[in-house]
Design a protein around this ligand. Structure first.
Ligand SMILES: *Cc1c(COP(=O)(O)O)cnc(C)c1O
Length: 393
């Protein structure tokens, strides 16, 4: 351990490795938001000049977001976050197309926002197929093709998995859906800003996004809806967002999301390359700790910032507490709102044993990673793992 590394750690005071859960807002994002609280506070729907700047802030944000996924500005609709976007996509398409069919296809490894929207639809009489995944977390394309029948209206498959980082072959899935004439929704909350997304090339009809996973504020997200897609509204009221999503816009949040998207677009290659290199470096260093197993896909099929490992004989719940005391913040499974750790449906779906699942921990990070940080980080992980193992608990 170098002196400089420790100095860096004490300066930071914390080693935050939970970027998949949320990120710290970038300074430029906050700076962009602040004027929209007290200066440009007008209601964007009003027609007087005070509101013009507010309206243009929203338009600019849409423009920046559309560039990140290669769609038209008019195809971006703001929501209260990724969860609302997923709910809207799935329920909205189901309700609007029920004359065509009542069958939806998704996977066993989706985010709760997708899975629970599907469960809700099942309670209303819709039929849902939950596709299995292989040991790395991939959906089999043949299985998907076979699952589509003449009652199928929607396929919802996430872009990159929030727990194990596995990214699906989205372009191939999009092609299958287009060929079979069913709508394709993807939850791209984790992938946005991290990997290239092109809704046109990938045949994506509907795509969910969230600001707080890309250094924007919490409580704002967006749904891309391709022009012509038949989808019902979920929120009825004053007809904002061109009549599709009512409610006075969260203007500072939307402006912050737009700035975060602009920064992600501008710095894309530099940040992504950096994060991928560090991920590979951290994985190599963690594998030097005896009894370490990497979960999920590797290489280009993995989200740049995701590491999921099982340390043999080390219960992750205990490890998280030890790490917390050492100033390292990470996640295991999916933290439910009560703060307890539930057995991960994703790790179960990729066929890990209960033991491996209980020993699994997720480290996610971002553009501000550095050599000094990883040096201290890996050192602390090694100490914590060895301590727990020597206590034999
Ligand atoms: C975080 C997340 C969501 C939910 O987004 P919120 O903005 O927190 O509601 C949905 N899907 C995935 C894959 C996520 O990681």
């Amino acid at each position: 351990m170098t002196k400089a590394a420790y100095a860096a750690f004490y300066f930071m005071g914390e080693l935050y490795f939970d970027y998949a859960s949320t990120t710290k807002v970038k300074k430029e994002v906050l700076d962009e938001m602040i004027p929209y609280f007290m200066e440009y506070y007008g209601n964007p729907s009003s027609i007087y000049s005070l509101s013009r700047k507010v309206k243009s802030g929203i338009d600019k944000s849409k423009n920046n977001i559309s560039k990140l996924i290669n769609c038209k500005r008019s195809e971006v609709y703001f929501t209260s976050g990724g969860t609302e976007a997923d709910n809207w996509a799935i329920k909205g398409i189901a309700f609007a197309n029920k004359d065509k069919g009542n069958h939806i296809i998704t996977t066993e490894i989706e985010h709760a926002a997708v899975l629970n929207s599907c469960k809700y639809l099942e309670s209303l009489g819709f039929k849902v197929t939950y596709l299995p995944v292989d040991h790395k977390g991939f959906v089999n394309l043949e299985t998907l093709t076979k699952a589509i029948d003449n009652k199928t209206i929607l396929v919802s498959i996430m872009f990159g998995n929030n727990e194990i980082g596995t990214m699906q072959n989205i372009k191939a899935i999009g092609e299958i859906c287009r060929e079979k004439n069913v709508y394709f929704h993807t939850d791209a909350v984790q992938a946005l800003g991290q990997v290239p997304i092109n809704v046109e090339e990938m045949n994506i009809d509907v795509l969910s996004m969230s600001a707080h996973k890309i250094y924007g504020p919490k409580g704002v997200g967006a749904l891309y809806i391709k022009k012509g897609v038949k989808i019902h509204n979920l929120i009825h009221g004053g007809e904002q967002e061109r009549g599709r999503r009512s409610g006075t816009e969260n203007v500072p949040g939307i402006v912050g999301f737009g700035k975060a998207a602009e920064l992600a677009f501008e710095n894309f290659e530099e940040e992504t390359d950096k994060v991928i290199n560090y991920r590979n470096k951290i994985i190599d260093l963690l594998l030097k700790i005896e009894g370490t197993q990497i979960n999920g896909a590797l290489g280009k099929d993995r989200l740049p910032n995701n590491i999921n490992v099982s340390f043999k004989g080390v219960n992750s719940e205990g490890l998280l507490i030890v790490l917390d005391n050492m100033g390292v913040f990470a996640s295991a499974g999916s933290a439910c709102s009560a703060g307890a750790i539930e057995e991960s449906h994703v790790l179960k779906a990729i066929g890990l044993s209960l033991e491996e699942t209980k020993n699994s921990i997720r480290f996610t990070f971002g553009y501000d990673i550095s050599d000094d940080i990883i040096e201290v980080f890996v050192d602390k992980i090694r100490i914590a793992v060895n301590n727990i193992r020597s206590m034999d608990c």
